[in-house]
Design a protein around this ligand. Structure first.
Ligand code: GLC
Length: 739
């Protein structure tokens, strides 16, 4: 009886919630319609326009007179403008001088921090710490919101296996499962539980879709993949961000399936709205609508605008196409009123959700801005994430951690650069506010114990500093060489034909090697690099990416063992560019490398097949042992679950964190299946000598894919299951999926 009562009560509560939610939705729609019905066609189109301010410019064009456009109702949204004072000034024009008084959206690329800058996103992803990543987005969102910004153009959810493409620095690496978890964490961080809160901002899922797979790794280049690869590998992170509640999506520059994303009805309506149920608004990337003329799918900008509005684009970033042509296209009957009304409704709904109609100056509070920017808690969070993002790639003879009091020679231009610590998309990050790596090393280890010489520039052929660097290094116990790429060598429009360390840095490393002293390479970069030479020259290699405002302190604390590095790679590091694209979830092929035939198999005759550092790889100052895997069952039924458990032991002398990873392999499918797919991970902390169980739960839905007939689901059969500290060194077992 009690059970029936409880069930009835639950159902009643659920129905009430659903009704109240639909009541809330209905009330919101009513408010939107009450505004919409008062608007002229010009004013409606004005809401579909987004212009950059001249405060910061992030693309090839800048429109003059945008303040007049706001006043005349011809521009309802601004990006690249911030501070509470400046946004208040522009908001005042919209709210007090335009006819409809509709508040502006203020967008900005708050990618990995606003004022307090966190590691670049690829760096954050190597922390595998979803709470830390969410916290990073939370801090970024609150600092941005305090500076008048209510919309960030993040998270970037583009999967990529292309290290030549400089924008891998903005993403979460090669894996769909990890990329999906990180995308959702970032949306939760930015949007919080209430978009109307003064310290949360609107997230924007970008770049929809498939932007991370440009042919030859050349930015903006053609993307060509099968629908199955798109749906199973590239779509999941976008979906996860939308499922997490993201209320805006940005189209990508590239074509996919032969159509530029900004004009693709398949992507923006069939997939985004129908399949994924997206309810927010769609904005183009910077003039990507206009660029459909260059793509050759529109004869002119008017036709490009027609393609976009019919595909499902609600807002034109910087293109002035909707502003110039849409009204006449409506008047000529080429565009239905409903299309305009639907687009404007989606934009106004978000403005209501942000609380802008309640208080247009909600985000323009200078006192809050002073309190939030660079707050001690934010700087502490940035330090924490920076340390967790660092990956120890090599550490021979326990060269690391350094001992306090050791005499170290620091070599490299990057060691004194604060600008480069911030990486690309540094938003309002201020490198004058920061301390460099050398500053922090000296503060920790004493001025006299830390000598410095630049050696050479990050790029270029100038070797004139070599001799001084070598002289400095001779006086030291250990040499720390800070090398890699400069911040402007990754991010947008920075594709490289080489993934070697630029300039003559490696040549200098070679000459330092001749001193026969331990050499620690601190690597700053925005993409996987070919470290084949450097791994033969360095005793230790610490991957630090571009670690942000607190990067110098974070690097110091890791080098001296105040924090035991715990990062794991989220993109494969190849041995050479010839192997690219190389990623862990490859297919087996008909002639896999391990068959006995000495010749006829899928391999290179001039290079090993395996990567230099595999996906998921990262060392620690301690070591971990994995027991064999115990399964709760050898048969997983289609309504059941399977638990896989290992016992982990910290077999070293210091406390450490380990990212325990769980992969599966579907041995036989109606289509070929990857040799491994990540299906779970857990980052654990163990004291020296401590051990504990780690258990992963596998359910059939986790094994679904697009089958031969393109339906999405599972197929019964044999599976392998792997658990380990990276995608290569794993324990293995097997189970059967039964219908
Ligand atoms: C750029 C980038 C996009 C960014 C936008 C606004 O071209 O592709 O990531 O959000 O313009 O700055």
């Amino acid at each position: 009886m009690k059970k029936i009562f409880l069930t009835l009560l639950t159902v009643t509560i659920l129905m009430a919630c659903t009704q109240s939610q639909s009541k809330e939705e209905a009330a919101l729609d009513h408010k939107v319609d009450s505004v919409l019905r008062l608007m002229t066609l010009d004013e409606k189109i004005g809401q579909m326009v987004l212009y950059s301010s001249d405060w910061d410019v992030t693309g090839p064009t800048l429109k003059k007179g945008y303040i007049d456009d706001i006043r005349n109702g011809n521009c309802g949204n601004i990006f690249n403008a911030y501070t509470a004072a400046y946004t208040r000034k522009l908001q005042k024009v919209a709210v007090e001088e335009s006819r409809m008084h509709i508040p502006l959206l203020f967008g900005y690329d708050v990618i990995h921090g606003h004022k307090t800058i966190f590691p670049i996103c690829l760096g954050e992803s190597t922390s595998w710490d979803l709470k830390a990543i969410e916290k990073s987005a939370r801090v970024a969102g609150s600092e941005a919101a305090a500076s008048g910004i209510n919309w960030t153009f993040a998270p970037m959810c583009d999967i990529s296996v292309e290290p030549r493409w400089g924008r891998v620095s903005e993403g979460a690496g090669e894996d769909p499962y990890l990329g999906s978890k990180i995308a959702a964490a970032r949306v939760r961080g930015f949007q919080g539980n209430d978009l109307g809160d003064t310290l949360t901002i609107l997230a924007c899922v970008k770049h929809f879709a498939g932007y991370g797979a440009p042919l030859a790794g050349r930015d903006y280049n053609t993307v060509d993949m099968s629908e199955r690869v798109f749906l199973d590998t590239y779509l999941p992170p976008y979906k996860a961000a939308i499922d997490a509640g993201a209320m805006s999506v940005m189209t990508s520059f590239n074509e996919l399936f032969g159509v530029p994303a900004s004009g693709s009805h398949y992507l923006l309506t069939d997939i985004l709205r129908t399949k994924l149920g997206f309810k927010g608004f769609v904005v183009t990337d910077y003039t990507s609508m206009n660029e459909m003329v260059n793509h050759g799918v529109a004869a002119n900008e008017a036709d490009a605008g027609l393609l976009s509005i019919k595909a499902g684009v609600d807002m034109d970033m910087q293109g002035e196409v909707y502003f110039k042509y849409l009204k006449k296209q409506v008047q000529d009957g080429l565009v239905a009123d409903k299309m305009i009304n639907d687009a404007v409704r989606r934009i106004l709904r978000v403005k209501f959700m942000l609380g802008l109609f309640r208080d247009p100056y909600l985000y323009c509070n200078e006192a809050r801005e002073k309190r939030e920017l660079y707050s001690p808690a934010h700087l502490e969070a940035a330090l924490d994430v920076a340390k967790k993002s660092m990956v120890l790639l090599k550490n021979e003879n326990h060269t690391l951690p350094l001992r306090k009091g050791e005499k170290i020679a620091v070599i490299g231009e990057l060691a004194t650069s604060t600008r480069d610590l911030l990486g690309s998309w540094k938003a309002a990050g201020d490198w004058n506010f920061m301390k460099s790596i050398v500053d922090e090393l000296r503060a920790f280890n004493g001025e006299s114990n830390v000598m410095y010489s630049p050696g050479c520039k990050t790029n270029g052929e100038d070797r004139s500093g070599f001799a001084a660097a070598i002289t400095t290094a001779r006086k030291a116990d250990k040499i720390v060489v800070v090398m890699g790429e400069s911040a402007d060598m990754s991010g947008e429009a920075t594709s490289r034909t080489s993934i070697n360390i630029p300039g003559v840095q490696t040549e200098l490393l070679q000459q330092l090697k001749a001193l026969n002293k331990p050499i620690v390479v601190v690597l700053m970069n925005g993409r996987p690099l070919d470290l084949s030479k450097e791994t033969t020259l360095a005793t230790s290699i610490l991957e630090v990416w571009f670690p942000g405002t607190m990067g110098g302190k974070a690097i110091t604390q890791v080098l001296f063992g105040e924090y035991n590095p715990s990062g794991k790679l989220t993109m494969t590091f190849p041995r050479n560019l010839g192997q690219v694209p190389i990623y862990y979830y490859e297919k087996n092929t008909g002639r896999p490398i391990y068959i006995p035939d000495p010749k006829y198999k899928s391999r290179y005759i001039d290079s090993p097949n395996d990567p230099l550092f595999p996906f998921g790889f990262g060392l620690s100052y301690t070591t971990f042992a994995y027991s064999d895997i115990r399964l709760s069952t050898k048969e997983l039924s289609d309504k059941g679950e399977l638990k896989a458990t290992v016992n982990m032991t910290n077999t070293g002398g210091v406390t450490g964190e380990e990212v325990v990873q769980c992969y599966v392999r579907d041995l036989v499918g109606s289509v070929t299946r990857p040799v491994k797919e990540l299906k779970g991970f857990e980052k654990i902390t163990l004291k020296a000598g401590e051990n504990r169980n780690v258990t992963f739960t596998i359910t059939p839905d986790m094994l679904a894919f697009h089958r031969l007939d393109m339906t999405y689901g599972t197929e019964p059969g044999d599976y392998k299951l792997f658990i380990g500290g990276n995608s290569r060194d794993v324990k293995e077992t097997g189970f059967k999926l039964v219908k």
